[in-house]
Ligand binder design. Structure first.
Ligand SMILES: Cc1cc2nc3c(=O)[nH]c(=O)nc-3n(C[C@H](O)[C@H](O)[C@H](O)COP(=O)(O)O)c2cc1C
Length: 184
């Protein structure tokens, strides 16, 4: 069964390297048509992962508006933001839309599609006074937060060995199965 279009937003955090192997294949197997959107920092820090993602999905990774046809991607039926950096979570929770990724995220909150976000944030960022408030705001908007057992992690950790990929997929899939039709 096809579940529809799933945007997977990746950001400038080490766990982005795991997306092509640990998240995209099981998501496709569950029936999602996945399109990956990357922040500028994710694309520049992890170019090999971007190439791998394109190989797995068969679609280009989107980092910016299409110059001639606007958004060009189909609207999503659900969104996963994983791994989510402190920066993206903070700006998103403020309603900022100054990049392609943040613009698309702001819109999807407005469309009320199911959104799941999983932070990969170290303890120094997590201790910033804005952080808990940002998570609370996103939650209040209906964003489902999946917080892995190792979160927040120690600074300097390159990649997690316990990032909750399976729980993220389960959460977005069950949300989609119980979702109402998104707003146009
Ligand atoms: C190698 C590397 C790893 C990073 N890992 C993280 C991380 O795990 N979590 C995080 O919140 N920021 C991390 N950062 C910092 C973010 O990349 C930085 O705040 C950036 O502005 C995030 O931009 P984005 O949210 O648009 O991807 C890392 C930076 C580098 C260079």
């Amino acid at each position: 069964m096809t579940l529809g279009v799933l945007y997977v937003v990746v950001t400038g955090a080490g766990a982005t390297r795991q997306v092509p192997t640990l998240f995209l294949p099981p998501a496709a197997e569950r029936g999602w048509d996945v399109r990956v959107l990357a922040t500028g920092q994710a694309a520049s820090a992890f170019p090999e992962s971007m190439a791998q993602i394109e190989g797995v999905t068969g679609h280009p990774v989107r980092t910016s508006f299409h110059t001639t046809v606007g958004y060009s991607l189909p609207d999503p039926d659900a969104v996963v933001v994983a791994p989510a950096t402190y920066n993206t979570l903070t700006k998103w929770a403020l309603g900022i839309a100054d990049t392609y990724v943040l613009t698309r995220l702001a819109e999807q909150v407005g469309r009320r599609v199911p959104i799941v976000a999983a932070p990969y944030v170290h303890t120094r960022f997590a201790a910033h006074p804005t952080y808990e408030g940002s998570l609370a705001t996103l939650k209040q908007w209906g964003v489902r937060l999946v917080i892995g057992p190792g979160e927040p992690h120690e600074p300097g950790a390159a990649e997690p060995d316990d990032f909750p990929w399976a729980e993220i997929l389960e959460t977005v899939t069950s949300a989609r199965e119980g979702a109402v039709t998104p707003r146009p």
